[in-house]
Design a protein around this ligand. Sequence first.
Ligand SMILES: Cc1ncc(COP(=O)(O)O)c(C=O)c1O
Length: 377
Amino acid sequence: MTAAPPPVPLVDLAWQHAEVAAEVEAGFASVLARTAFVKGPEVAAFEEAFAAYTGAAHVVGVANGTDAVELALRACGVGRGDKVVLPANTFIATAEAVDRAGADPVLVDCDPTFQLIDATQVAAAVAASDARAVVGVDLFGQCAPLRELAEAVAGTGCAVVEDAAQSQGATSDGAGIGTLARIAGTSFYPGKNLGAYGDGGAVLTTDAELADWVRTTADHGSKVRYQHELMGMNSRLDTLQAVVLSAKLARLDRWNDLRRTAADRYRSALADQEGIGLPATAPGNVHVWHLFPVRVAARDAVLAELHGAGVGAGIHYAVPIHLQPAFAHLGHGPGDFPHAEAAAREIVSLPLFPGITAEQQDRVVEVLLAAVARTAG
Ligand SMILES: Cc1ncc(COP(=O)(O)O)c(C=O)c1O
């Protein structure tokens, strides 16, 4: 009897940790010796390095990506009773951030090719709702059509905000995250392209005033200790997380190259295969493949076969925002955003991470092709 091939996880963070372990250990030891666990100098050093890396000029570390998007929206003046336009196909956090800023989400559909917000729907949605902001989500690792969004809202006073949780290292016509929108929020959740060892996030912007407002608000509304000039919150990036993030940032380009190589491998192995839709990169975008979602008709059966064979595929995301019970109050129903709903039905994310081997990918492809062939028709 031949042994079953080893399982392939959706994400393997151990490989990344092995690369940075020594540096992280030394950095942690230094922080532990000094006990500057909050607002230690490592945080400012990471913020500066990430600003230089993205070109966004100002980076403010915060507690997580959801806070980052909320703070980005509020920095643009979004508040109670305002409307914010966002795509129906995103992780729940984008919509939560809108709600937590006090605003009501106004959903639009995605385009069927890239599954990014359909910029052609945005001008009408903004006009109809008098929206204060529109959120372009850099879904799966490529930039939303931020220039098109800026054109769609030109002259309206509606701000373009970027949810860059999935796109560290991505560019659009050479421009990095946080440089094309008025302001961006990103997440350092461990599985992200730039992931911490716990929760973390950052706000990025080229606007010094917005950055200053975010920094003050996220630190209890205070610039000077025990003086609170505005109503704040506690949302700061821990010093220990900054140590991890600096170590990983130095390797991010190489790791994103490895993701691109892995994505190319999937593309050539799956090209022209009946019944499998491959993800596409929008013109001008450099994709960093946070996820590699393919589309198959009998998704649930295919997913069950992948899992049965030890392939850790996932669904991002199974239920669009307008069909989530938490957003039932928006009053939407099935059929309202057909492209988002079709994606939710058909999508399956294949394992992809820096360090995935050609053998692991061959195994994923073999199981996927067999599952699709079996479930066809
Ligand atoms: C598109 C998107 N927005 C926002 C977030 C929220 O980030 P966090 O989990 O760090 O709060 C995430 C990731 O979790 C995300 O994928």
